[in-house]
Design a protein around this ligand. Structure first.
Ligand code: 1Q0
Length: 227
């Protein structure tokens, strides 16, 4: 994918970060995972203040993991002279193992950990995948529907299940701010639905791989519903 001139959000960068994330046969690197979210924040920022609450929430969640990683790195640097040990927050699986060992994960009540934060981003990724998949659809019935409708529908089928009443209300407000199809075309530097579909389907595929691997890792440790 090529970079689109004059735009902050770059779908090419989003795709690049998503494709950089899978590592070994079943793991996901956290740096590119979080970088994907940074790129999505840029998209949200181009939509204006109505959706500021959402970009702020993503920022909060990514910062929690980054701060834990930083703290862990500082502690590791103080302890080990050999500096050969690699970080706990390199990948999803290394984070899970390390936080369990450190006793950072609480299955009964809310404590700030990477392991309870990741599933929040993970669920949002499922929403995004479904939304972009439907936005890519070239069938006439689907193309007749606005991004705003597609967004709402995808939300109700995925993320909404995990959200409180007031968060759902806030989400409904955000859907209204969703721009039309042409905004998305411009954003991706494409002109037709066929071109949009080609680009979006690459992103959807990349999300799928990241999502599936994260899902398996979280499921294995029973972490999908951490409080
Ligand atoms: C216009 C876009 C609409 C997006 C639809 C999702 C709406 C969600 C509304 C969320 C408001 C956030 C308030 C806080 C929620 C938290 O309670 C919740 C749980 O955390 P906790 O700590 O309370 O247990 N947090 C979350 O669920 C985190 C994830 C919420 C963010 C939803 C992700 C939105 C992603 C946006 C990227 C849009 C990209 C379009 C790309 C187009 C590419 C061509």
């Amino acid at each position: 994918l090529e970079v689109c001139p004059g735009q902050k959000f770059q779908i090419a960068y989003l795709l690049m970060h998503l494709q950089d994330a899978p590592v070994s046969t079943n793991d996901v690197l956290l740096n590119p995972y979080l970088a994907s979210w940074d790129e999505l924040i840029k998209f949200m920022e181009s939509l204006g203040p109505m959706v500021g609450i959402i970009s702020q929430e993503i920022e909060t969640k990514t910062s929690i993991i980054r701060k834990l990683a930083q703290k862990e790195e500082e502690e590791r640097n103080q302890q080990a002279q050999d500096s050969a040990s690699s970080g706990a927050y390199v990948s999803v699986r290394s984070m899970i193992v390390s936080e369990l060992e450190q006793g950072l994960v609480n299955f009964d009540q809310l404590t700030e950990s990477g392991c309870r934060t990741l599933p929040r981003l993970h669920r949002a990724l499922l929403w995004l995948q479904l939304f972009l998949h439907n936005l890519a659809e070239e069938k006439r019935e689907m193309m007749a529907r606005s991004p705003s409708e597609l967004c709402r529908e995808a939300y109700r089928l995925t993320l909404a299940e995990h959200h409180s009443w007031w968060v759902k209300k806030a989400a409904e407000l955000a859907f209204v701010a969703m721009p039309d199809r042409h905004f998305f075309y411009k954003l991706m530097c494409v002109r037709t639905q066929a071109e949009a579909a080609a680009t979006l389907n690459r992103v959807v595929k990349a999300i799928q791989k990241v999502y599936d691997r994260t899902q398996v890792a979280l499921e294995k440790h029973d972490m999908l519903a951490l409080p």
